[in-house]
Ligand binder design. Structure first.
Ligand code: DHB
Ligand code: FE
Length: 292
């Protein structure tokens, strides 16, 4: 039986990827961000999973505004880093886990969550920046062409894309319950795999309009507290509260409830917590929770 051992939550700010790729991590501005992930990289080395189920949102990269699935599971054998306008990030391709992904699709769809099955997709900063933050930069040929890349991420990754780009986005409650269905699916997979589930995006940020640059430390820290202690209560929070308190892009935080819903019903062990402002126009939040 496969099982979920831990969940990881992190912002996925694209400028963090650019700072890594351009060798700026030791500049004073960025050092403060990356210091918060030193523990996490060590933890990843010591707790390397067999598979990462990575919840993120596509930022109109693989899906255009022509077609937007609410929940999409990547079942392919591999996924290439996307070109978001400056060429693909010089990071390894993402190796998938088609067997586990197909099993989860089967189980979760039969549990009444309608997933879109994606057999071909490039993955954007929403997925690659969390991998960089948690795993560091794998050995690689320096160069723009990711096809030349010799490095590899530490394990297969199942991309799971959630629509938070165009309304209506799924509710926190639905995300939490979907996480529970994913847990059930993982636990019925007939191989002894150690699976981590990651929720990405957030924290407070607004990239557009008169409130651009909005940061709400109080809301962000209360969100982290409640995610740990009262996820089911937090899952009842309506969208309008995310947008009002955490800015228009703060709605990305609903994705964290998928990862939290996939955790055991017992209280988790908090291995790491980090919060920092700013990175680009965004607050950075990060948690590592282990199942006990
Ligand atoms: C930015 C973009 C994101 O997708 C995000 O989650 C945070 C910040 C940005 O463009 O700065
Ligand atoms: Fe984002």
């Amino acid at each position: 039986m496969a099982h979920i051992t831990a969940s990881v939550y992190t912002s996925h700010v694209p400028a963090i990827g650019a700072a890594i790729d351009l060798g700026k991590t030791h500049e004073p501005y960025w050092q403060k961000v990356f210091d918060g992930y030193e523990f996490s990289k060590q933890w990843m080395r010591e707790n390397r999973p067999d598979v990462i189920f990575l919840v993120y949102n596509d930022h109109a990269t693989a899906f255009s505004l022509d077609m937007i699935p609410t929940f999409a599971i990547g079942t392919a054998a591999e996924f290439q880093p996307a070109d978001e306008g400056w060429g693909p990030r010089p990071v390894p391709k993402v190796v998938g886990h088609p067997e586990l992904a197909s099993h989860i699709a089967q189980s979760v769809i039969q549990d009444d969550f309608d997933l879109t099955i994606v057999n071909r997709m490039d993955v954007d900063h929403g997925l690659t920046v969390p991998l960089s933050l948690m795993c560091g930069q794998p050995d690689r040929d320096i160069g723009k062409d990711s096809a030349k890349n010799n490095g590899a991420w530490p394990c297969p990754v199942i991309p799971f894309a959630v629509n938070v780009v165009q309304y209506p986005a799924p509710s926190g409650r639905r995300c939490f319950n979907l996480g529970r269905a994913i847990r059930k699916a993982v636990e019925s997979f007939d191989e002894p795999l150690n699976v981590q589930i990651w929720g990405t995006g957030g924290m407070s940020h607004q990239l557009q309009g008169p409130r651009a640059g909005l940061i709400n430390r109080e809301f962000d820290n209360a969100f982290l507290d409640r995610l740990i202690e009262d996820p089911q209560g937090l899952a009842q929070m309506p969208h309008i509260d995310y947008v009002r308190e955490a800015g228009s892009e703060g709605i990305e935080l609903v994705m964290w409830l998928i990862a939290r819903g996939a955790m055991s019903d017992n209280a988790p062990r908090v291995r790491h917590r980090f919060y920092h402002v700013p990175a680009s126009n965004t607050a950075v939040g990060h948690l590592i929770l282990e199942n006990t």
